[in-house]
Design a protein. Sequence first.
Length: 212
Amino acid sequence: METKMMMIDSEEGLMTWCKTTESGIRLQRRGAKIIFDYLSGHGKTLSTNKEGELFLNDEIMTEKTTLDDVVDLVCEWNYEALSDTRERKENPNDFLDYCRMCTLEKNLEEHKFILDRVFKQTIYGKDVQTIAHKLAKEMMKEMRLVPIYDIPIADELGAYNKVSEKSEYAAGNSVSDKTEIAVTTIADKPTKDDKENDNKAPEKSEEHGRAR
């Protein structure tokens, strides 16, 4: 029995398919439109069946696929287009051609930025992040480095430059406060000269009294 296919002919349709099939990839309208534009530009379409399976179609054949593979394919097309555009910008036919390549490069870079965010949600993007994390940790281990997130010294209070409980200063006083208090205390203490003046003052009073 032939399976009835339903065409996914708009970005809204692709977003709906993602929600109904509980796809691990969340698409916004802009990302879905970019995917459709690239598919259309390469003569490809998408369709699905009642089981929610995804198919990639062209004029010759229809093949079962996944959204992970579709996103990966579109990212590859974007990379190729961006590389060709940059190469052509380095060797333009004329100034007008150079300006066109600059505009196209900017648009393709915007596509790349959005596609990269979508790609990170795919199984391939997650694998890349896992491998990169593993390689980074192995390199740090060889260099005897410790990842910053493995050092148990930065807590929420420390992040805001507040005094920790283990500090020798109380939470209410800063170093500058302590210094100021110490200076005030020293200034209030009587000096040696002050003591001598205090002792001499009564003697003068006694002599003055005898003179009378």
